[in-house]
Design a protein around this ligand. Structure first.
Ligand SMILES: [Zn+2]
Length: 138
């Protein structure tokens, strides 16, 4: 077998994910977690939808790819936050027949801090984020 990818099983990350994702989500989708030992990337982790071939042969629906070197620098709390973030990218919905489906979704807040610094929380999403930050900061 050709071995061109620098990938490694990530049981520590899998355990964090198993604690985080709700049971009803676990029943619907199969998420795999893997460490990428390749060169540093922009993101510490990324959720990806499995292509049809990977899904056919393994039953995996989504993969969370984690940069091992960067992941290991995080505190335990931030490791959980990272994995929670990535699992939030996976959205469960029902198709027209009521069958559960899953897809990737974008962040619910996207912004530049420089714009917020000048204009404050000017969108509905930023106002929601402001409320959440005030609530957890108490
Ligand atoms: Zn993200």
């Amino acid at each position: 077998m050709l071995k061109t990818n620098k990938l490694e099983e990530a049981p520590e990350v899998k355990a964090i994910m198993e604690d985080i994702i709700p049971e009803d989500v676990k029943e619907v989708i199969n998420i795999s977690v893997i460490f990428d030992l390749g060169e540093a990337k922009k993101e510490i982790a990324k959720a990806k939808k499995a292509d049809k071939f990977l899904n056919f042969y393994t039953g995996i629906d989504f993969i969370i790819v984690v940069n091992k070197e960067e992941f290991e620098k995080l505190s335990e709390e931030h490791k959980k936050a990272l994995i929670k973030h990535e699992t939030e990218h996976i959205e469960i919905y029902e198709d027209k027949e009521g069958n559960p489906k899953a897809r990737l979704r974008d962040h619910d807040v996207e912004c530049f801090t420089s714009v917020v610094a000048e204009y404050g929380p000017w969108t509905i999403e930023l106002k929601q984020l402001e409320r959440v930050i005030r609530k957890v900061a108490k």
